[in-house]
Structures are given as structure tokens and as C-alpha cells.
Write a protein of this length. Structure first.
Length: 263
């Protein structure tokens, strides 16, 4: 098997291509799996920073009922959970899907690092009510997407592998076909077959190599033809020389015979 691979360029290109495609696919999946949740939280944090400042500035000019409506809408729109507490720290409302709660003595920074995003705000409505807001942004949404991705991973793997094979086959043939044509042309030249050994016309390096082979074949054919003509001329001259020698020998033999014969 190793010898077969070593002797065939198409197989080498195919194996290298499919390995690169599968490695790239695995790398992309790994980045999606391990980086999506952190990226999601980073983008969520950026969005919350801007929108929360705007929302809180609006709450200051709203009544209690209007405050509840805007908090509920904000929680649904951004997929976060909001806990509303009064000035004494008692919970008076919550909005969104509360995924976890902080204990009274919990460290919010640790919760943010381990669970997601936690933000605390103190606002005052136009009616004088003071609210303590806790906004929670978790990885739950993106985790659900990752679970779905893991479920369909076998199917994606099969599809990716099949597509990689097709691409590798096409790429291997596309790259090696002109090289194999050049190889076949050189084999025909070895057998002294100079009838346009490389039939294709390309403008790349392989095409230039093929054109050079064609020119070489033309020059070799012309040179061989000249050698054949000169060889024929030489053979004719040799034959004439032999005929002259034969005539001379015959003449000398006849003269010698006449001289030896008595009158």
C-alpha cells in the first residue's frame, strides 16, 4: 500500500487534500464548540452595556407600571433574566426565565465568571420608588444550540467526509491530470513517437512544459530526419564505392587472366 501511494501522484494529492479538509472541518467545529459560548457572552455584555444605560435613563422618567412593562420587554428582547428588589432587598418581581439565583451573601463576580453575566443597578422612578435591579445573562441559549449541534454531529460528520472525498477526488484529478499527460508524452518520445506528444494548450507552467516538449519533439524529429537523409546519402556513397571496387577487381582479374594466357 505504501509503495502504491509512493508511486502515484494522484493518490498523494488526494490524501493530502482530504486530510487538510477534514482537519479544517474539525478545527472549525472545535472553535464553534469551545468559543461560541464565550463569544456569545462577550457580545451580550457589549449589547447590555449600551442598552441598559438607555433603559435605566428612561426608567427615571417613568411610573412604576411603565417601569415593569419596559423591564419585561427588555428581558424578552435580550433573553436575560431580571430580578427587581425594593430598597430593603426584598424581591418584588422578576422578568424573563430565571436560570439561577444569587444567595444574599453570594459573590456576584464569581457568579458572573461561572454562570454568565451579572449586573446590578439601583434606579429611582419618577414616583420616588427605588429599585435594585439584578440582570442575569447566561449561556443557556447558546448551550441549547450546542446540544443540538452535538446531536446532528454524526450526520454532519458523514456529510463532511463525503463532500471532502468528492472535493479531494476532483482536486487530485484537476492537479495531476496535466502532469500525467506530460508523463505520457515523455513516454511516447522515448519510443520515438514525435506526433505532438502533448495535445493540450494551457497557459500555466504545466502548459509551458508541454509546449516545450512539443518543440523538443519537433526538433528531434527534424534532427532524426536529417540524420536519416545523411545516412542514406552515406549508404549510397558506400554502395558506389563498393561497386567501383568490385569493377576494379573484376578488371584486374580479367587483365591478369589475359596476361597469363599464352598467345
Amino acid at each position: 500500500m505504501r509503495k502504491y501511494i509512493k508511486e502515484h501522484l494522484t493518490v498523494k494529492v488526494f490524501l493530502v487534500t482530504i486530510m487538510l479538509l477534514l482537519t479544517l472541518s474539525a478545527a472549525i467545529y472545535g472553535m464553534v464548540t469551545f468559543g461560541m459560548s464565550n463569544f456569545y457572552l462577550t457580545e451580550l455584555n457589549k449589547s447590555l452595556e449600551k442598552e441598559l444605560d438607555t433603559t435605566i435613563s428612561q426608567i427615571k422618567d417613568m411610573t412604576n407600571d411603565e417601569t415593569q412593562k419596559i423591564l419585561e420587554r427588555f428581558a424578552i428582547e435580550y433573553g436575560v433574566s431580571i430580578i427587581v428588589k425594593n430598597q430593603e432587598g426584598e424581591e418584588i418581581g422578576n422578568y424573563g426565565e430565571i436560570s439561577y439565583f444569587l444567595a444574599p451573601d453570594a459573590d456576584s463576580s464569581k457568579a458572573q465568571n461561572s454562570k454568565g453575566i451579572t449586573k446590578n443597578y439601583i434606579v429611582k422612578s419618577n414616583e420616588g420608588t427605588i429599585y435594585k435591579l439584578q440582570i442575569f445573562g447566561t449561556k443557556e441559549s447558546v448551550n441549547i444550540g450546542l446540544k443540538v449541534l452535538n446531536r446532528i454531529l454524526p450526520v454532519l460528520g458523514v456529510i463532511t467526509f463525503a463532500v471532502s472525498i468528492l472535493i479531494a477526488i476532483f482536486f487530485a484529478q484537476y492537479i495531476t491530470r496535466p502532469i500525467l499527460k506530460v508523463n505520457e508524452a515523455s513516454k511516447r518520445m522515448v519510443k520515438l513517437d514525435f506526433r505532438r506528444p502533448y495535445p493540450e494548450t494551457r497557459s500555466d507552467e504545466i502548459g509551458i512544459l508541454g509546449e516545450n516538449l512539443n518543440r523538443l519533439a519537433e526538433h528531434l524529429e527534424e534532427t532524426l530526419q536529417e540524420l536519416k537523409e545523411k545516412n542514406k546519402i552515406l549508404q549510397d556513397e558506400i554502395q558506389r564505392e563498393q561497386e567501383m571496387e568490385q569493377k576494379q577487381l573484376s578488371f584486374f582479374a580479367a587483365v591478369s587472366h589475359e596476361l597469363k594466357t599464352p598467345v
